[in-house]
Design a binder for this molecule. Structure first.
Ligand code: SAM
Length: 387
């Protein structure tokens, strides 16, 4: 059975993968959150900063590994018998993920622990600098696609297999080893998009070239800003990406278009930010209220500034289809919820200005009114836990 390729799925990869037919993809590269206990911020060209995804795990490493294992099982299921999986991790979880991968794929399907070495700023004086990641390479069976790659090494003296290059250095092109020195994407890199943890295209090109052939299907279930998809496109592979962040999916589509992939489909909920911005205001409002499981206001749109209510506690919600919502909106909303004799309310928008956050903090401290400012890209998670 076939999957729809050249498609970005916006959603939780566990749910999306469950819908894929088994044995449908040739290569998987997965670069999940690393158990790093950080928020990842994103800085796009216009300087606007938004939180894109979180890598914080309440409950410790076991919770993370359990979360990952469910997804790794799905990856295993959708991989063809001749397929390979590369799992990108670092020192924080690699020992645990290796054990998980061994139990899913089988010890004998472990092919390599690739060390990706790079130089970035910031080195501790208390230990050696943490300057490599680990990429675990497994195959589904022992009959797998592998195109051996070569690398150039230099010698100080002539050697029986060596040649001389234009600068007079002795070299030989030998089969590639499992330590890869590839520069990381840093602030001054040309390919930098501002997406946190963006991986270099050169890294993905190597994996794709070695473990797939033309027209094979490459899947990245944590595709971020789409590095794997672009590399797959450039090598004439079909590709599929999944990411839970609508902002990432939106930016990825533009990146692929720029790389020459014209027919890019983005499917799945929630819709991309760009699509949400182009909706009619009332459609957007309905989409938000529906998405968080709230109930729409029975009053006409715009009445009293209340567009809906949370389902259980019936706390007022106002939806703004705009960026940089300011202090005056918070002020007016405070009046609106006061009229409803409520002390808690939500404003949902693409982003808020600093003054809006300050006003919400003031209202809480001085008026005991709890006005929660929720961004569209975080509302799924917010309402899953808050109400
Ligand atoms: C380390 S980043 C990937 C970076 C990517 N390799 C690149 O070069 O841009 C991890 C990504 O996983 C996504 N993610 C986290 N949880 C997810 C989930 N359950 N389903 C799909 N994507 C998820 C995050 O939004 C983030 O973009």
């Amino acid at each position: 059975m076939q999957v729809e390729t050249n498609t970005i799925y916006c959603g939780d990869n566990l749910e999306v993968l469950a819908k894929f037919p088994e044995k449908s993809v040739d290569l998987i590269y997965a670069d999940p959150p690393f158990f790093s206990n950080k928020h990842y911020e994103i800085i796009w060209g216009n300087g606007a900063e938004m939180k894109v995804y979180e890598d914080r795990w309440k409950g410790g490493i076991n919770v993370f590994i359990e979360w990952m294992s469910e997804r790794l099982w799905q990856c295993y299921r959708v991989l063809k018998d001749t397929g390979s999986m590369y799992l990108h991790c670092d020192r924080r979880a690699n020992a645990h993920l290796r054990v998980a991968m061994n139990s899913i794929f089988g010890d004998d399907k472990f092919q390599n622990e690739i060390v990706w070495a790079y130089r970035t700023g910031g080195v501790s004086k208390r230990r050696f600098g943490h300057k490599h990641d680990t990429i675990l390479f497994y195959t589904k069976t022992l009959n797998y696609t592998f195109n051996p790659l070569k690398e150039r090494i230099y010698y100080e003296k002539p050697f029986f297999i060596s040649n001389k290059d234009a600068e007079g250095r002795y070299y030989a092109d030998v089969l590639m080893r499992d330590v890869w020195e590839i520069p990381a994407v840093i602030n001054v890199s040309k390919e930098r998009l501002g997406y946190p943890t963006q991986k270099p295209e050169a890294l993905l090109k190597r994996i794709i070239e070695a473990s797939s052939n033309k027209d094979d299907i490459v899947l990245d279930p944590f595709c971020g800003c789409g590095t794997t998809l672009v590399a797959a496109h450039l090598f004439g592979r079909k590709w599929l990406g999944i990411d839970v962040s609508p902002i990432a999916c939106d930016r990825m589509k533009s990146r692929l278009n720029k790389a020459g992939a014209s027919d890019v489909h983005v499917i799945g909920a929630p819709a991309t930010i760009k699509e949400l911005k182009s909706l009619e205001p009332f459609q957007f409002q309905n989409w938000v209220i529906d998405r968080i499981g709230g109930v729409p206001s029975s009053k006409k749109s715009g009445d009293m500034g209340i567009d809906g209510y949370t389902f259980m506690a019936r706390e007022p919600i106002q939806v703004k289809q705009s960026e940089g919502v300011g202090r005056n909106v918070v002020d007016n909303f405070e009046t609106a919820i006061r009229r409803e004799h409520k002390t808690i309310g939500y404003i949902i928008a693409f982003s808020f200005s600093k003054s809006a956050y300050e006003e919400a903090a003031r209202a809480k401290a001085e008026d005991k009114m709890d006005i929660k400012l929720v961004r569209v890209d975080e509302m799924d998670k917010y309402f899953a836990t808050a109400t």
